[in-house]
Every structure is written in C-alpha cells, then in structure tokens.
Unconditional design. Structure first.
Length: 292
C-alpha cells in the first residue's frame, strides 16, 4: 500500500461588490455550511468608492468529491443578493503564460528558473521575440521560440501574428519581460488585464537612452522597478508591484544597471505570482493586491 498521502484540492473564490453589511458573511457562512475549511482570507473596503473586495482560499474538510457545478449554482444564489461579481479557481492552479522579450535576458532567465524549479506554477507554451538572440535559451528549456521581427511598417502584421500565437496557446497571461517595443492601442486593449510589463523606476525619473548613465550623473540614491498591467498609456497601467533599494556615490553606471536588473527580476516575479494566484483585482486605474 502506498504511503503517499493524496494532496487535498484547494479552491479560491475572488469576489467584489458594492460595500454593505454582510459581505464577508456571504462567503464565509456559505463555506461553513458547505463543510469547507478556510486556509486564507483577505478582504478590503474602498471607502472612497464604497466597494468591497474579498479573496478566500479554502478546502474540503472531508474527502468528498468537489462538485463544481453544484457549488457555483448554490453560491450564485447567495452572491446575487449582494450584486457580487465572483470567480472560482481550483487547484492545481497552473496558468499558461506567453513571454515576450527582446535582447535583455535577465527577466526571462529569472522566470525560466522559477518555472523550471516549480517556484512559479506555470506552463510556458511560447516565447516571442523581435530578435533571434535568445532562441537557444528557449530551446534548452524545450519551449517554442517565435522570432517575429518588427518595423514601423510591419507593426500591424507582426502584432496580428503575436496575438494569434497567444490565442492558439490558450494563454492566461502575457509577460513583457523587457520586450522593448511599444504595443499598439489595439493590442493593449486586447490584452487588458492579461499582460504584465516591467520597467525601471529611477528616482528622479530618467527617460530615453542610457538612463543609468543619466542617473549616475545626477547622483541618485534610489533604484527601483515597477510591474504593471499593460494599458494604452505607455508605462502608466495599473501598478501591481514595486520595489526600491538605496544606492550611494560608490555605484557607477554599470553597478546601477546591475542593481536595476536584480530589482526588475524580483518585482516582475512577484507580480506574476500575484496574478497566477488570483490575488489581484483591477479597480479602475488601480489594483487591489492581496499579497501573501
């Protein structure tokens, strides 16, 4: 007889609705009456907007098979009384992720390491790039690599091919892991809430060529990175995660760049983890993030 104990299936409810008394009870009392055990719970009320958010991870207290259809039907009857919009996810939570990249490989390498070791519970059906440089890295991981060059004239055609790959893969998420191209307005709208971008956040801000050299010339003391959902406004989408670290006079441009790469990797992986674990609510131009 096997000594391996079966892993109990877990489930996640995420929901939001206008704030009113009883919103937490809608979820927790229902789960209690159904015989479920709550592993983790987060809730938040935006008092300015009078809007309520909740995320609950739960499991069955018995080995009874989970009847998803019955659960959803019964919960909807309760949730509809509160105008609650909700989603249910069940383990294993393995999101399909398409990664887009140009020549800088640090974020891609970090994501591939976390994917390979199981730190990020994802599948990567495709890597898309406008350059051929990182194809061998993709091949080493056994991941299809699509080299799709782009120019101003071919942008619509190239983006159509990119979007077709995303659809064919059934991707839940697109990660722009230092993809050094601005997505068109049409593409940004298609990927709304499903594409995460990463960029440096030097303080004060420096744009254009050689930002770390500009930062060095100004003697900056903070280096950071921002991960956000893609929007029609360049680098202005809803922020998911930000990290910052102090630097000093001893950091030359190459040191600042190295520090920046490390922070970008960490910030991006945190944002991806929050997304695939259903910890993010889009809330207008902002996000509500129930980080673990």
């Amino acid at each position: 007889m096997s000594d391996i104990k079966a892993v109990t299936q877990t489930h996640i409810i995420t929901a939001d609705c206008p704030s009113r008394p009883g919103t937490v009870d809608v979820v927790t009392r229902f789960l209690f009456k159904q015989g479920f055990y709550i592993n983790e719970i987060h809730s938040f009320v935006d008092t300015d907007e009078n809007h309520f958010f909740i995320r609950v991870e739960f499991r069955a207290d018995t080995e009874t098979e989970f009847n998803r259809e019955s659960f959803c039907e019964q919960f909807e009857q309760r949730a509809s009384e509160f105008e609650m919009q909700w989603q249910l996810a069940s383990s294993p939570y393995k999101s399909k992720v398409v990664i887009m990249v140009s020549k800088h490989d640090h974020c891609l390498n970090d994501l591939l390491y976390r994917y390979r070791t199981g730190d990020l519970n994802i599948e990567i059906p495709a890597i898309i790039s406008n350059h051929p440089d990182l194809e061998e890295l993709a091949k080493w991981h056994g991941i299809p690599y699509y080299h799709l060059p782009i120019t101003k004239e071919t942008k619509p055609e190239q983006e159509a091919k990119v979007y077709q790959i995303i659809q064919d893969c059934g991707a839940d998420l697109v990660i722009l892991a230092r993809y050094m191209q601005v997505l068109s307005s049409e593409m940004s709208k298609k990927l709304s809430g499903k594409a995460i971008n990463i960029h440096h956040s030097l303080l004060p801000g420096f744009k254009g060529a050689r930002p770390y050299f500009q930062a060095y010339d100004r003697g900056i003391k903070l280096v950071g990175a921002t991960a956000h959902y893609v929007s029609d406004d360049l680098d202005e989408g809803p922020i998911i995660s930000q990290c910052v670290e102090t630097v000093d006079h001893s950091y030359y441009p190459q040191d600042l760049a190295a520090k920046g790469r490390d922070i970008e990797c960490l910030t991006l992986s945190r944002a991806v983890r929050c997304h695939i674990e259903h910890r993010i609510f889009l809330h207008g131009n902002k996000t509500v993030v129930f980080a673990k």
